[in-house]
Design a binder for this molecule. Structure first.
Ligand SMILES: Cc1ncc(COP(=O)(O)O)c(C=O)c1O
Length: 432
């Protein structure tokens, strides 16, 4: 069968598709599975209890349940849910948004697919999306319909005490790049960052926002792990605060996936009305509407402030403890060795760095998988146009590109302990 260029680009042989396929394949027989690779959030009992209560309430009110499941919502999203969000955000953060500023999508992943392709591609000349801080979320890498429209800039590395480091935005590089690349159509960052657990500081966000504004391009901020929900951010570790910032030039994306509803696919975008109408149009063409049930279950929780309270008092401490346990476990396992991890400021991932590894992390991944441990090799989080012009290849020289792996620390303790023991053992066998 002959596919279109759209089909070819999205189904083609990409390293990431191959990796995703491999991640899902069975582990060898007889090993103890330690599935530290995926992005599945953990189950947090208090959050599940709140959704169960909302579901029971829905079922007990006349035909409320049947009404919720028997009609399409408008493509922009369910009006009552959008109004609940608008009231909540204005109250919580002093914003001045209306329903025309909010769109609901089937998960934030599809929001990004719409947004990237709305803004980049051929118009008629090539327009690009700039990711100013690689390593960056693997899930973006293949979302552009047109080849070569995603460009990335490498992060700076700041070494900290205690086997830790932090990636910093190179604001001058971003400014310089934008100055000489008028084809950039938008800037995009995840905050907290998947895979590193980095939380860009307010200064970094303000600098990006200013540079975006100066060049007339929107700043997209992916807040899938951020405040107010799920709030997987550790305030005692970050510099300053991490309350979401919004202005008319910002496209802020959120998700209910990491606060209990990954299966109900509920993404939230706060943006300028022109972007919101465009998202509604794209959603109606691609999907008619977004699923209703997540919006119905979350509406009352947003309005009452309970979702935010659950995030801060249940979800955040839950992941904080998981993070503490994982960091202690990896320290014990790697004692006496040369290794580091990114300071864990948020998200549910630890980003481990093995400076002396003699092979790339794809090889480390394969060796670990033979022993039952699944991680994600770091090189996939460094992406950009193949065969790009020389300056766009700077990310390829990033010293961490082949030396890092991402682990999901939201796994049961026995998997963390065994997984880290094997990561230490197998990586030791791959030193010079
Ligand atoms: C940084 C980031 N953005 C977006 C998503 C997409 O999430 P969802 O489509 O479930 O809202 C994920 C999922 O893991 C993520 O890690």
């Amino acid at each position: 069968m002959i596919f279109s260029s759209f089909g070819t680009k999205l189904t083609g042989e990409s390293g990431i598709l191959r990796l995703m396929d491999d991640l899902g394949r069975p582990l060898p027989e007889g090993v103890t599975p330690c599935r530290l690779g995926g992005g599945n959030p953990a189950r947090v009992p208090a959050v599940e209890k709140a959704y169960r209560r909302e579901m029971e309430r829905l079922l007990s009110w006349g035909d409320a349940f049947e009404c919720a499941i028997s009609q399409y919502d408008p493509p922009q999203g369910r009006l009552r849910f959008i109004e609940a969000l608008v009231t909540f955000f204005n109250r919580e953060y002093g914003w001045d948004i209306g329903p025309e500023n909010v769109a609901i999508t089937n998960g934030s992943q599809s929001a990004f697919f719409y947004l990237f392709n709305l803004l980049s591609g051929e118009r008629p000349e090539r327009r690009t999306i700039l990711f100013p801080l690689v390593p960056e979320y693997i899930g973006y890498a293949d979302q552009g319909i047109y080849p070569g429209t995603f460009v990335t800039l490498p992060s700076k590395i700041e070494l900290l005490d205690n086997h830790e480091f932090k990636y910093r935005l190179d604001v001058d590089l971003v400014r310089e790049y934008l100055g000489s690349h008028p084809e950039v159509a938008a800037i995009c960052v995840s905050r907290p960052t998947n895979p590193t657990g980095n939380v860009l500081t307010n200064d970094e966000i303000d600098a990006l926002s200013a540079v975006a504004e100066a060049h007339g391009v929107p700043l997209m901020v992916d807040n899938a792990y951020g405040m107010p929900f799920p709030d997987i951010i550790f305030p005692e570790v970050i510099e300053g605060t991490a309350a979401p910032r919004w202005n008319r030039n910002t496209i802020l994306s959120m998700s209910l996936s990491k606060i209990g509803l990954p299966a109900l696919r509920t993404g939230i975008v706060v943006a300028d009305p022109q972007i919101v109408s465009a998202l509604s149009a794209l959603n109606s063409i691609a999907a008619l509407a977004s699923g209703s049930l997540g919006q119905v279950l979350a509406e009352g929780l947003v309005s009452s402030g309970e979702l935010k309270r659950l995030a801060t008092s249940e979800v955040q401490p839950f992941y904080r403890e998981k993070s503490r346990f994982a960091r202690e476990a990896i320290r014990d396992a790697m004692a006496g060795r040369n290794w580091m991890h990114h300071r864990n400021e948020g998200s549910m991932f630890l980003w481990l760095y093995f400076p002396d590894l003699r092979v790339g992390t794809s090889e480390l991944y394969a060796r670990l998988k033979e022993r039952g441990v699944v991680v994600v090799p770091g090189e996939y989080f460094f992406f950009g146009p193949e065969g790009g012009v020389p300056e766009e290849t700077a990310w390829r020289e990033h010293p961490h590109r082949f030396r890092c792996v991402r682990v999901n620390y939201a796994r049961p303790e026995n998997e963390i302990l065994e997984g880290f023991r094997l990561i230490a053992e197998v990586s030791a066998s791959l030193l010079p």
